[in-house]
Unconditional design. Structure first.
Length: 534
């Protein structure tokens, strides 16, 4: 675990010194928003290897709460400590370091109320769902673009422009580059422009980080924050083919040093999530105990408790472990039906996100062959199970000789699903505050919602021509509801005439007092939204 600083000795040494380095925070920096970022900038030793030899942290307090935050070396004799305040008011800090010139630096700053677009970090809400820190509901509409931050600048800007015009509010992305699309893979030659460690890409110096790499990454995380998008950062992955760079084959000490460094740099960004690994079981030299340890390092290093998950390949990690905040699942079959998608909820009693339910694409690999209809259906099935879907696409365009795909490199979206997912997100955002919960999960009933408030029934690939109006038990006779017919693919919402009033419960359901049914179109991908009106 993290070595402890000998603070009494350090403070005694610092007190003998007459000159202190000044924190380079301007007057504007002395006032920050709640859930914003306050940064202490210090000049210190550059000789030797500060990444390995210098420890730095600061203790922040507002008189009621105290939090200790690790700093990091940013190259060229520059050290930074970043803090995300979670309460308004006056705050003070004091630094501690193994380098005397960095220790015992003090200061204060004011934290003001957050701006209208700052809702704080996302966390688990109501067991199976998510909300921002100010309790604004957060409905996951995620996509994946693994190595978009390893592309030429103009291409990364194109990706950001595409995201700005998309419905996606979460982006899964790798910290490390992949060999796919590099100069070693001439089918998609877009080699990474920077690496996380100093030294040649194929011969990294694991004892020295490359600050430029992390500066670029945090710039892109900030870009996502500006767009209102959560950055789901994948810390490790198995795609360093044949260990060309060695980034999928580091020893335990290097992994821990890397985790602590990136958490120190990025945990103050309110839109960060930690994904410990993508397809963790494909990293052949790691055991479950190794992943347990890496989870625990993140927990120990992150003072804010950002969301944490791990993504599976063929074997599923035990998401019941306490350091896992939500389940990140790869399983296309489970997300194809409502009843199957519900099962992971019952096993983990945590939010379930099908980050990979297979992808819209035209590739010969089976995980990249979904039509737009298939992918949108799986999102709706996940929604009707009280869980969440995840998008990406692997679409080759015959007119695009570069053969760049969104899943790997970003760029532009080419599929049919994003606009339909925007339609679904609008429905979610107009849903009940408690989240869409299964209404009768022990019997096939693709209905979610909050009893007596609002219901959403999704018929999937079935094509009913009518539906008898009935609501599950637990309501009171006399309640009235309006009904809307939703076409999930054609993105239409059609109100049903009249108001439906329920009578006393019969068996398991309350029926319309007039015995009415809803007439449907007899085609797939239909849904009903049923909302109480009295």
């Amino acid at each position: 675990m993290k070595p402890k600083l000998n603070l009494p000795r350090l403070l005694a040494l610092a007190s003998t010194c007459f000159a202190f380095f000044v924190v380079t925070a301007s007057a504007e920096d002395a006032v920050v928003e709640k859930w914003g970022r306050f940064e202490i900038l210090l000049n210190g030793p550059a000789e030797g290897n500060p990444f390995m030899e210098v420890e730095l942290e600061a203790t922040f307090t507002n008189g009621f709460e105290t939090k200790t935050v690790s700093g990091f070396y940013d190259g060229d004799g520059v050290y930074r400590i970043r803090f995300m305040p979670e309460a308004t008011g006056e705050w003070r800090y004091r630094t501690q370091s193994s380098a005397w010139e960095l220790s015992n630096q003090v200061g204060e700053f004011e934290v003001v109320a957050p701006s209208s677009d700052n809702h704080g970090p996302v966390s688990v809400y109501n067991t199976y769902h998510f909300a921002y820190a100010d309790e604004t509901p957060y409905w996951v509409m995620g996509t994946t673009s693994y190595t978009w931050t390893h592309r030429p600048a103009e291409f990364e800007e194109l990706t950001l422009k595409t995201l700005e015009e998309s419905p996606f509010n979460k982006l899964r992305m790798c910290v490390f580059p992949q060999t796919h699309g590099t100069k070693m893979d001439q089918s998609q030659p877009m080699p990474p422009e920077r690496f996380p460690f100093e030294g040649e890409g194929t011969d990294p110096n694991y004892e020295r980080f490359n600050p430029e790499f992390f500066q670029h990454l945090e710039m892109r995380v900030q870009n996502l924050q500006d767009l209102g998008i959560e950055a789901d950062l994948i810390l490790f992955h198995p795609y360093d083919d044949d260990h060309i760079w060695g980034l999928d084959h580091m020893d335990d000490a290097t992994e821990e040093r890397y985790i602590r460094y990136i958490v120190a740099r990025l945990s103050s960004y309110r839109n960060v999530w930690w994904s410990i690994a993508n397809e963790f079981d494909f990293v052949r030299n790691k055991t479950d105990a190794d992943w347990d340890r890496n989870f625990q390092v993140v927990v120990d290093a992150d003072p804010y408790g950002h969301l944490r998950s791990i993504h599976n390949g063929k074997e599923i990690y035990d998401n019941n472990k306490p350091w896992v905040t939500h389940a990140s699942i790869q399983n296309g079959a489970a997300a194809d039906t409502v009843t199957a998608a519900q099962l992971y909820r019952d096993v983990y009693r945590k939010p379930v996100v099908y980050d990979e339910l297979e992808y819209e694409g035209n590739h010969d690999l089976r995980w990249a062959q979904l039509t737009g209809e298939d992918l949108v259906h799986r999102f709706w099935a996940a929604t009707a199970a009280g869980t969440y879907g995840g998008h990406s696409e692997f679409i080759f365009d015959d007119e695009d000789t570069s053969q760049v795909v969104w899943l790997g490199q970003g760029g532009e979206l080419k599929g049919d699903s994003p606009e339909r997912l925007a339609f679904l997100l609008e429905i979610l955002e107009n849903g009940p505050l408690g989240g869409f919960e299964p209404i009768d999960k022990w019997h096939w009933d693709p209905t979610v919602g909050q009893p007596g408030v609002q219901y959403l029934t999704y018929f999937g690939r079935q094509a009913p021509e009518e539906w008898e109006f009935k609501l599950y038990k637990g309501l009171e006779a006399g309640m009235k509801f309006k009904v809307e017919i939703i076409d999930a693919w054609n993105m239409t919402i059609t109100p049903v005439k009249g108001v439906f009033e329920i009578g006393e419960k019969k068996d398991y359901h309350h029926y319309d007092t007039k015995g009415r049914s809803i007439q449907l179109d007899g085609k797939p991908y239909q849904a009903l939204r049923i909302t109480r009106v009295n």
